[in-house]
Design a protein around this ligand. Structure first.
Ligand code: PHE
Length: 423
């Protein structure tokens, strides 16, 4: 439950629909699902296991694991890259979370009520061209993150968040009902699930893979940290399957809410990062008590974002603390760096896009690749089997073979393909 809380965030509700829209829908969605199953699940099992064995922040965890396995200390690079990657993601994640706060505000005011769909959708453009406003919300969101992390109460907040996430799920189902009744559900459904492979570019495949890592919070030490809290006797494969399943379902539901609205209102599926904020207010504006539903919904989305932002910065803080720096000082330092990065991504969409592209499509899959190689080849069969002893041998062997061969080769092929080395 706790790891699902960390995995579910803006990635599912904001990012998945907009990149699916930009990359033509069906074939892209299928690639994303394949990447979840073939790369995401085995690598997630491996990363959680590394955390549970070491019970440390990602850098020290990798030092410990490599010592145990008799491998080079250089494997701690996985942890170091993860710390950097988490901070880089937070630099734009916090800006998007800020948009969600703005829509809490707008929903409370009823700003988008009783307007036409085109007017409602245009509202996002107004926000996008108002950097000061975005700066305000970005600062507020990051401050909230820093207070929680600085006080060291992330696990306490985590439990609170996990209790609210089922409510978010219920609201998503309400919205889905609205979309089925009032949207163009058939067109929306076909867009998401009708795979037309002629639309699939090399870059789209890379983005689908990157998103599989992003949405599972994989490849940067976050799930290592969660693994380090996991009791020795609980089943890693079972926990991972549950997280991956719920995370995927939520993303697909978000897509099934948004695209029927897109088509019914004559909007563009590929309109970009504003898609969520252009479409959902349309549903709220036509709904009974929509302003209340909208307020609660965007509050819950912001809280989901908060639980993810905590897990983005916590690996860095935990590592600095271990090196003797005080928690407060570490939080202020890393928080300030993320805030500055956020300012840059507000004022320059090139910075925003580059941070997103470099982290999701390069650093996370690279981290995942290294984790698969480390666990599959350096730790070796016996050590891994000892950690994951609760599944039948056949199932374990399939998982181990996937980790050893399919996952690393898959990541390498997709990297090479998108760079144009192979067709
Ligand atoms: N998985 C989170 C989401 O979908 C984002 C995230 C990525 C959080 C990496 C932590 C680490 O919103």
């Amino acid at each position: 439950m706790a790891t699902t809380g960390a995995a579910v965030g803006l990635g599912n509700i904001w990012k998945f629909p907009y990149i699916a829209g930009e990359n033509g829908g069906g074939a892209f969605v299928l690639m994303y699902l394949l990447c979840i199953v073939l790369l995401g699940i085995p690598i997630m099992i491996a990363e959680v296991m590394l955390g549970r064995r070491a019970r440390e922040n990602p850098i020290h965890a990798m030092l410990k694991n490599s010592r145990d396995a008799g491998a080079s200390k250089a494997w701690a690079f996985i942890g170091a890259m993860g710390v950097a990657c988490g901070m880089m993601i937070l630099m734009y994640y916090s800006v998007v979370a800020g948009w969600s706060l703005e829509y809490v505000w707008q929903s409370m005011q009823g700003s988008y009520m009783d307007k036409s769909a085109t007017e409602v959708a245009a509202g996002f453009g107004v926000l996008a061209s108002n950097p000061e406003r975005q700066l305000l919300w970005h600062s507020l969101f990051l401050l909230l993150t820093a207070i929680i992390v600085g006080l060291g109460v992330t696990r306490g907040i985590g439990t609170a968040v996990d209790n609210l996430m089922p409510l978010l799920f219920v609201l998503l189902l309400v919205l889905l009902g609205y979309s089925i009744r009032n949207g163009n559900f058939e067109l929306g459904f076909n867009f998401l699930f009708n795979a037309d492979f002629s639309k699939l570019t090399g870059d789209a495949i890379l983005i689908a893979m990157g998103h599989a890592f992003f949405t599972l919070s994989l490849g940067m030490g976050t799930v290592m940290v969660y693994g380090s809290y996991m009791p020795k006797n609980s089943s890693i494969p079972r926990a991972v399957l549950a997280v991956a399943f719920l995370d995927t379902i939520i993303a697909l539901i978000a897509g099934l809410i948004i695209f029927p609205l897109v088509f019914a209102s004559g909007l563009e599926p590929g309109s970009g990062p504003g898609l969520l904020f252009e479409t959902l207010p349309i549903a709220f504006s036509g709904m009974w008590n929509g302003s209340i539903f909208g307020t609660v919904f965007f509050i819950l989305v912001s809280i989901a974002a908060l639980s993810s932002s905590i897990s983005l910065i916590e690996p860095g803080i935990a590592w600095l603390e271990k090196t003797g720096i005080s928690r407060l000082f570490a939080t202020c330092g890393l928080g300030l760096i993320c805030w500055l990065g956020g300012v840059a991504s507000i004022y320059s969409s090139a910075v925003f896009d580059t941070l997103d592209y470099a982290t999701a499509n390069v650093m996370l899959p690279l981290g995942g690749l290294l984790i698969a190689i480390f666990v599959g080849w350096k730790m070796g069969y016996t050590r891994v089997r000892k950690e994951i002893s609760d599944i039948p041998a056949l199932l374990f062997n399939i998982m181990f073979i996937t980790l050893r061969f399919i996952a690393p080769i898959g990541v390498i092929i997709i990297f090479a393909h998108s760079l144009g080395f192979i067709a």
